[in-house]
Ligand binder design. Structure first.
Ligand SMILES: [Zn+2]
Length: 75
């Protein structure tokens, strides 16, 4: 009985390893402005960031908001 439990635990650890492998293998993504599709968009560094958790600012068209376009880089 005890042996069986140990085996299950090892299997779980192996699954975790697979998850990490998949995560590190993930291709990098690039973010774009949803309004003008410019890649010149970045997280706002306003002082009240704890009131508005995530806000992006587009340098190109001045868009501000929580929505961005996220696309996988072309290989
Ligand atoms: Zn824009």
């Amino acid at each position: 009985m005890i042996k069986r439990k140990v085996r299950v635990k090892l299997k779980l650890l192996q699954d975790m390893k697979e998850v990490f492998k998949t995560l590190s293998r993930r291709r990098p993504t690039k973010i774009y402005c949803p309004r003008c599709r410019s890649p010149k968009i970045h997280l706002s560094s306003s002082l009240d960031y704890w009131l508005t958790p995530k806000k992006y600012v587009c340098e190109n068209c001045g868009y501000t908001g929580p929505i961005i376009l996220e696309l996988e880089k072309e290989a």
